[in-house]
Design a protein around this ligand. Sequence first.
Ligand code: AFP
Length: 345
Amino acid sequence: MKTIEPESGQIITIERHILEEQRHHPEATGVLTQLLYDIALAGKVIASKTSRAGLAEILGRTEEINIQGEVVQKLDRFAHLTMYRLNDHTGRLAVMASEENEDVLPIPSEYPAGKYVLLFDPLDGSSNIDFNIPVGTIFSVYLRLSEFGPGTLQDCLQPGRSLVAAGYILYGSSTMLVYTTGEGVHGFTLDPSVGEFLLSHPYLKIPDKPAYFSVNLGYRKYWSEGVRRYSDYLQGRDGQAKALSLRYVGSLVADFHRNLLAGGVFYYPADSQDPKIPYGKLRLLYEAVPLAFLAEQAGGYASDGVHNILDIAPVNLHQRTPLFIGNRDLVECAERFIADYDAVE
Ligand code: AFP
């Protein structure tokens, strides 16, 4: 594999980077390249709004409750529509699905159906918008399973192992796009003065030595014995390991991104808080699977505490899953605590 690294002073735009990756695959038609570029464009449009979120009309809540039972923020709606509208007419997609929509999002019948499937969480961490805390868009791309015509629900219900590409756009102190097509993880920073994503973090690898653990410790009393003991271990409470520093933003993309760069583990375990959602809050298809692909490509690992997230066969669009993600040894350690203390009867 050829390494695409900027030589000193050389600027690599996301378009060039994706094109160069495409050249490693002589069989490639360029459709995926275009699709990733469309997603990057959507990210730029959403970034232009999120960076002005406090400035009047867009800030605040709508009165609507979304499929997850949460209040829909106006920016969520904007991000959802931006992703959909920039991708509905290109002939590259057979079907889409969004965390904000109960059912799949069909391609309008006047446009041709393509060979790819796009799933997205338009604005992850949106309850943080009012507080000027980073949020992000997470996306996953699959090849369709159905042969022709409009894409189907089954096209969207594929295990993470089938992913063709995944990534996120983080709207933080700068806007970053991080993606993988299975050939490493690459990060780009939006240069607002030229309006382009420029390669800033080629071939990201999670550092071997973890710095952080990230979890909502406020829910400790709702956790299983294994998860509680694992958390004690991460804090060095059992005297076996040095304590890790705790960082928790409450925006999965931001927490994941920090741990990708600094090393660490993020987890949102199953809890007993609400019997209606026994597997924790996070969504398998929109959050866990794409980040699991990125983690694996960066040398890390993601698990639901028992299974590799990428091996789970989804049964519905909005299913939730416990998630442990980050440095491989820390995630495997969580699996051991769960196996030792939370054995299923
Ligand atoms: P929102 O999009 O409703 O803000 O949820 C964000 C999220 O799904 C994920 O990004 C966070 O890691 C997690 O929820 C935070 O949940 P808690 O507030 O329960 O810790």
